[in-house]
Design a protein around this ligand. Structure first.
Ligand code: TUI
Length: 308
C-alpha cells in the first residue's frame, strides 16, 4: 500500500512503531524495520550516549530505515537532537512537547521530522515550523496522553493541515488501520501491540499483563499534576488514584512513580510498577512476531478497504 508516508520514509507498509520509553530499543526497532514498517528507538530519558549506541546497534541488524523518538520532557533532549544528526538518522518523531527549536537543525541535515501532536493547534504550528508529517495521537494511547480521542482528533487534524497525518491511539489490528484511513490518515502508529511482540525485550510479566488486560482495565494517573499517563490498573494505580483524590502533592505522587516504568519493563514488577499501555490492550491476545503483526494487519485492512 502506497501513501505519502510510505514514499516519504521509504517503507513498505504505512505502519510506524511507537517510541515507547524503555520498550522501543534497537532489537524491536530493527525487527519492525525488517518487517516493512518504520522502527523507532525511543530516546525517552536515556543518557544521550546510550541513544547513540542504540542507533549503531540497530544499524548492525538492519539496513532499512530506523528512526528515533525524542521525548521533549527529557532535560537531555537537545543533546539527543544533535546525536541523531551526527549518526545520520533519517527520521525523527517527537513527543510530549514542541520541537520547533530543533527543526532548522534537522531540516538542514535532511532529517524527516514527524512530531506527535494531541491537538489541531499543535498540528498547524508544526506544519508551519516545517514538519514533514504529524502523528495525531488520541487519548486511547498508552503513556503520556492528551485529551481528544483518535476518532475525533484524526479527521480534524487531517482537515487542518496539508502534510500527511499518521493516526495513533487505539489501533492494533486491520480494522483499526482501515478506520484510520477512513478518518484521513495515511499511516498508523502503534505502541501497545509491539510491547507484546516476540522481538520486544520487555519482561514476560509485562507482556502477560497486556495480554490479560480487558477492555476497561486502563487507568490514567496524573490528571491532577498536568502529566496524565495511561497504564494498566494495578496496586500502584489504585494507590496513586486514591492519593490523587485525597489531594496529595505533586511530590508525593511523583515519589510513587519514580523509576516504576523501568521496574515494570526490566524487572517485571507489574504490581507496584507502571505498566504503560493503551486502551486497545484488551484486543491483544497473544505474542506474535513483528512480521506476523504487520502482515496480519495489512491483509485484514486490504480486505476491508477493497473498493474504498
Ligand atoms: O510522548 C508521548 N507519550 C509518552 S512520553 C512518555 S515518558 C513519560 N514518563 C512518565 C511521565 C511522563 C512521560 C510516556 N509516554 N506521546 C506523544 C504525545 N505528545 N502525547 C501528547 C503529546 C503532546 C502534548 C502536548 C505533544 C505536544 C504538546 O504540546 C504542548 C506544548 O508544549 O505546547
Amino acid at each position: 500500500m502506497k501513501t505519502r508516508i510510505t514514499e516519504l520514509l521509504g517503507i513498505e507498509y504505512p505502519i510506524i512503531q511507537g517510541g515507547m520509553a524503555w520498550v522501543a530499543e534497537y532489537h524491536l526497532a530493527a525487527a519492525v524495520a525488517e518487517a516493512g514498517g518504520l522502527g523507532l528507538i525511543g530516546a525517552a530519558s536515556a543518557p544521550p550516549e546510550i541513544v547513540r549506541e542504540q542507533i549503531r546497534e540497530a544499524k548492525k541488524l538492519t539496513e532499512k530505515p530506523v528512526g528515533v523518538n525524542i521525548m521533549l520532557l527529557n532535560p537531555n533532549a537537545e543533546e539527543v537532537a544533535k546525536i541523531v544528526v551526527e549518526e545520520g538518522v533519517k527520521v525523527v518523531t517527537t513527543g510530549a512537547g514542541n520541537p520547533a527549536k530543533f527543526m532548522e537543525m534537522w531540516k538542514n541535515a535532511g532529517v524527516k521530522v514527524i512530531p506527535v501532536v494531541a491537538s489541531v493547534a499543535m498540528a498547524k504550528m508544526m506544519e508551519r515550523a516545517g514538519a514533514d508529517a504529524v502523528v495525531a495521537e488520541g487519548t486511547e494511547s498508552g503513556g503520556h496522553i492528551g485529551s481528544a480521542t483518535t476518532m475525533t482528533l484524526v479527521p480534524q487534524v487531517a482537515d487542518a493541515v496539508n502534510i500527511p497525518v499518521v493516526a495513533a491511539g487505539g489501533i492494533a489490528d486491520g480494522r483499526g488501520f482501515a478506520a484510520a484511513m477512513m478518518l484521513g490518515a495515511e499511516a498508523v502508529q502503534m505502541g501497545t501491540v509491539f510491547v507484546t511482540a516476540e522481538e520486544s525485550i520487555v519482561h514476560n510479566n509485562y507482556k502477560q499483563k497486556v495480554i490479560a488486560a480487558k477492555d476497561i482495565d486502563s487507568e490514567v494517573t496524573g490528571r491532577s499534576t498536568g502529566h496524565p499517563v495511561r497504564c494498566i490498573r494495578n496496586k500502584m494505580t489504585r494507590e496513586y488514584l486514591k492519593l490523587e483524590q485525597e489531594g496529595a502533592t505533586f511530590e508525593e505522587l511523583e515519589h510513587l512513580t519514580l523509576g516504576t516504568l523501568r521496574n515494570a519493563v526490566m524487572d517485571g514488577d507489574v504490581v507496584n510498577g507502571t505498566v504503560m499501555a493503551g486502551q486497545i490492550a484488551g484486543l491483544i491476545k497473544e505474542e506474535k512476531s513483528c512480521k506476523e503483526i504487520l502482515q496480519g494487519i495489512m491483509a485484514q485492512a486490504q480486505e476491508l478497504l477493497k473498493g474504498c
